[in-house]
Design a protein around this ligand. Structure first.
Ligand code: SF4
Length: 361
């Protein structure tokens, strides 16, 4: 191993074995350590009571267990938890835990994970987009966001069953597919039965539309879900809302989506955030149906978060419902998603923006 790893969670299974061998330990110890990290949600090597004291000491002398530490946490009225994490280099990212009601299709705990510090795509309605791009997250920094909430739920459990991370969505700060290799290494560890063991189908990657990476993703064996942040059905409007569209316009993006659906043999999702007076008219709904009608897909409609920017506000309720009805009338598969954590800086990057502003003061 050339570079000293920042934390145990930076290592995949083979690298962990190599690391323990270098410490003079047998390979079977990897299983024990991995169980403590990914199943028992240990926060410290000292908790690994079935390891010899000497090994625990050697491990904590050689590396940290995790790459991130919580700096600030907010809990919304609907149970959404938002946490800002410190990274080793002093940068910060945020992650959300959302609880979905058992009465609405089974109880679920979904972690919304960040993959970059900031984002280069620069969508004008998004707080992260306004922060600019700083760097990619490492695999360990991505994994640790999930493990933090897995532990959070374990501690909350208090004897009641069912409180565990059931889904992971890569929809937090950053463009996940712009950090493909680190994202994929994190997904493999989250999926591995010897590590976190979360089904690939329970993970979703969201992209603003990086066409070459969508094609690459189509060739991966794991059946991870894909969501495209569309938000507009014509290039002129999408160039403004999702500036990546200038590089990969709809004439490239939609065929890449079609190819993905064919190769994977499964549908994908389109995310469409509704903004008052921008993209929420009946005409926009019809243009959307024209663009993606016939594709094996699902549309998630999301009313925009309320922010300080008057240009990007949610439409009135009746406008949202009319948009949804029009898509249904045109035989599209559509779900109106409820907004989560409205009272706690719910939008991607909002908590970090507030934190950075306070720091400047
Ligand atoms: S919406 Fe997503 S892709 Fe756009 S700037 Fe924000 S984080 Fe980046």
């Amino acid at each position: 191993m050339t570079k000293k790893p920042q934390s145990f969670t930076e290592l995949n299974y083979a690298q962990s074995s190599e690391f323990l061998l270098a410490l003079g330990e047998p390979a079977y110890r990897v299983k024990q350590v991995a169980k403590w990290v990914y199943r028992n949600m240990a926060q410290d090597f000292a908790e690994m009571t079935d390891l010899p004291q000497g090994l625990r000491q050697k491990l904590s002398d050689s590396l940290k267990l995790h790459s991130i530490s919580p700096a600030k946490q907010e809990i919304g009225r609907d149970g959404t938890v938002k946490t800002l994490f410190n990274l080793a280099d002093g940068k910060t990212v945020e992650t959300a835990l959302m609880h979905y009601d058992p009465e609405r299709g089974g109880e679920r705990y979904t972690v919304c994970v960040s993959t970059q510090v900031g984002c280069a795509v620069g969508c004008p309605f998004c707080a992260t987009g306004q922060q600019g791009f700083e760097r990619n997250l490492t695999p360990g920094e991505i994994i640790d966001q999930v493990l933090y909430f897995a532990r959070y739920l374990m501690e909350k459990k208090n004897g009641s069953s069912g409180k565990h991370v059931s889904n992971v969505v890569f929809m937090g700060m950053g463009e996940p597919l712009a950090n493909y290799d680190n994202l994929w290494r994190a997904i493999e560890m989250l999926n591995s039965p010897e590590a976190f063991g979360l089904g690939a189908r329970n993970m979703v990657i969201s992209t603003a539309g990086l066409v070459p990476q969508i094609k690459r993703l189509a060739k991966e064996k794991l059946q991870v879900g894909l969501a495209i942040s569309l938000h507009a059905a014509d290039n002129a409007l999408r160039n403004k809302l999702v500036p990546l569209n200038r590089r990969y316009p709809l004439e490239q993006l939609i065929p890449a989506c079609r190819e993905y659906i064919e190769v994977k043999g499964k549908r994908l999702s389109f995310e469409y955030a509704l903004f008052r007076g921008v993209n929420a008219s009946i005409g926009h709904a019809r243009a959307l149906a024209d663009l993606i009608g016939g594709l094996k897909c699902h549309i998630n409609l999301i009313a925009a978060n309320v922010t300080a920017d008057p240009a990007f506000q949610p439409p009135p309720r009746q406008v949202i419902l009319a948009f949804e009805d029009e898509l249904k009338r045109l035989h599209l598969n559509v779900t109106l998603r409820e907004r989560r954590g409205q009272d706690i800086n719910a939008g991607c990057g909002q908590l970090r923006s507030q934190f950075l502003k306070n720091k400047e003061r």
